[in-house]
Ligand binder design. Structure first.
Ligand code: PEP
Ligand code: MG
Length: 574
């Protein structure tokens, strides 16, 4: 029987396909009973998997670069210790023998026991070490299962597959860049979580915050995903199928029509030029940037080069990635943000347990504390600046001391390259992200000292409204047009104008066509967004008349009542 589940639409488009359920915790595995004669073979298979993972980890341990952060070897040592502990390497074999179960099942049963014991520990840091147990178990499971991960694959299917998961991490989503799902739906998540941002970058429909979809939907069931309305229809009847096939068709036509705007200049009706740049996560995204007609990259989230691996990318690896993007963009600006890990983008061994990770040691705070790691990245960025128009962007600045320390680190990196006669652009521009309310309030101080500013509205909204951007239980409070948010954006834009420094918005607000006119009205002239949103935003730009909108923009800026503000915004967008 057909039923509908309502969530939050995070990436538009309509998909119709069969459900593929991702394991709840990524380590949920099949359970089967073995005949007595296979038990020894199964324990041997288990031993082999442990030995393989041990060998892999020992090899990695010997390959750590000497200048890697001190935590990395310690992190690998801890994982090796967990792997070698009899609780993990011996007890599952006892379970295989006593229960005649398969090795994967025995291992996950034991893992659950251990996780439960960790959860009883009072000390918060030690309690969180359960994550390390899970990570080690996952490595062994991957070897046992004989494939790189246990998420369902779309390979060899002719029908569209829709991934149904309880939760997906940004690292999972990066993995999906290589797999073709028609849509993603998850029980948790907010529209500006990094997982949602990546879903948009894949340009396929996605609905999040469905709460119990993963429990309600069965594998192979037909489902419809409406990423615009945030609706999922399970087991649709013929009439629903027909209606959504039609809507899907119309959506595709609209999409096709937008493509005609790719090469047109982005200027308002009264001739004001608007720069539309794109956000990327990996060098491979440049193709989508080119296809979108973007005139530059406004945000390259470099942290994704550091994910889905156990070691850190070397200076040369980073240099090649940055250089390739810079060269591929043929002289167009490429703004590369320094490592922004922490909060909903943890990085094993580097990010620490924190009571409140969003307020903890993330982004520039972490880079300044890990000076070698930062030095390596800055050298790679500077080296790449010789091959294109690279700009360096610093995330999460909150005070001028951090900025001074950052400049000192850049100078050190420049001096070391100069000493080795390695070429770089000595005038490489340095910009700062304004994404903490404190930084917005003192934007003029940052504008004076930096070459450009970029407003990270995702974090700015999170910190201004005190809502965790990845927590769907407070997603209803997420409001980009909250008067306080608009004031902070306006302050930053004014500061940039006064100092003669360009300001862009690179958070998700920049890619929302409903906010294009408002942002232009506030003075924004440079947007950076997922390539998939660029043409819809350009369409809005082309229909906007800036001087006709001044009054309505001022009304919006002065409105403190949400209903009134919504009415003004609707009139502005007429
Ligand atoms: C932002 O915070 O708006 C931003 C662009 O950075 P990220 O989403 O990666 O935190
Ligand atoms: Mg941010």
């Amino acid at each position: 029987m057909s039923f509908t589940i309502q969530g939050i639409g995070v990436s538009p488009g309509i998909a119709i396909g069969v459900a593929r359920l991702a394991s709840h915790s990524r380590i949920e595995v099949a359970h089967y009973v073995l005949p007595q004669q296979n038990v020894d073979k199964e324990t041997a298979r288990f031993d082999d998997a442990i030995a393989t993972v041990r060998a892999e980890m020992e090899l990695l341990r010997t390959q750590i670069p000497i200048n890697a952060p001190a935590e990395l070897p310690a992190f690998l040592d801890m994982h090796l210790m967990i792997l070698n502990d009899s609780m993990l390497s011996e007890v599952p074999k006892q379970l295989i023998r006593s229960q005649h179960c398969n090795a994967e099942w025995a291992l996950t049963q034991q893992m659950e026991q251990l996780v439960a014991q960790f959860e009883e520990i009072e000390d918060a840091y030690l309690r969180e070490r359960k994550i390390d147990v899970v990570q080690v178990v996952e490595r062994v499971l991957k070897v046992l299962l004989g494939h790189p991960d246990n998420l369902p694959s779309t390979e060899s299917t002719l029908v569209d597959c829709i991934l149904v998961a309880h939760d997906l991490s940004p690292a999972d989503m990066i993995g999906f860049k290589r797999q073709q799902f028609a849509a993603f739906i998850t029980d948790v998540g907010g529209s500006t979580s990094h997982t949602a941002i990546l879903a948009r970058s894949l340009n396929i429909s996605s609905v999040m915050a469905l709460h119990n979809a993963h429990d309600l939907i069965r594998d192979n069931e037909i489902i419809i995903v409406d990423g615009e309305q945030g609706v999922v229809i399970v087991d649709p009847d013929d009439a629903e199928l027909e209606e959504y096939q039609l809507r899907q068709y119309q959506w595709q036509i609209e999409h096709q029509k937008l493509k005609r705007l790719t090469s047109s200049r982005a200027a308002t009706l009264d001739g004001i030029e608007i720069e539309l740049h794109a956000n990327i996560e990996l060098p491979g995204d440049v193709a989508a940037v080119k296809e979108s007609g973007a005139t530059g990259i406004g945000l390259f989230r470099s942290e994704f080069l550091f994910m889905n691996r156990v070691d850190l990318p070397t200076e040369d690896e980073q240099f090649v990635a940055y250089r390739d993007v810079a060269a591929a963009m043929n002289g167009m600006p490429v703004t590369i943000r320094t490592l922004d890990v922490g909060a909903d983008k943890p990085l094993g061994g580097l990010t620490q347990h924190a009571l409140n990770p969003a307020l903890g040691r993330r982004a520039i705070r972490l880079c300044l504390a890990e000076s070698t790691l930062f030095h390596i990245q800055l050298r790679a960025l500077l080296r790449a600046s010789y091959y294109g128009k690279v700009k360096i962007l610093i995330p999460m600045l909150s005070n001028l001391v951090e900025l001074r320390q950052t400049y000192a680190a850049i100078e050190r990196a420049k001096a070391s390259l100069a000493a080795e006669a390695v070429p770089f652009d000595p005038a490489v521009e340095v910009g700062g992200m304004i994404e903490i309310p404190a930084a917005a309030l003192m934007a003029s101080a940052f504008a004076e000292r930096l070459d450009f500013l970029s407003i990270g509205t995702n974090d700015l909204i999170q910190y201004t409204l005190a809502i965790d951007r990845a927590d769907d239980s407070v997603a209803y409070l997420y409001d980009p047009t909250h008067p306080a948010v608009l004031q902070l954006i306006a302050i930053t834009l004014r500061a940039g104008e006064k100092a003669g420094k360009p300001v862009s918005v690179c958070g998700e607000m920049a890619g929302d066509p409903k906010l294009t006119r408002l942002l232009i009205g506030l003075g924004l002239r440079r947007f950076s967004m997922q390539p998939a949103s660029l043409l819809s935003v350009k369409q809005q730009v082309l229909k906007t008349h800036v001087s006709n909108n001044i009054n309505m923009t001022q009304k919006i800026l002065k409105a403190s009542d949400a209903d009134k503000l919504e009415g003004f915004l609707a009139r502005l967008n007429l």
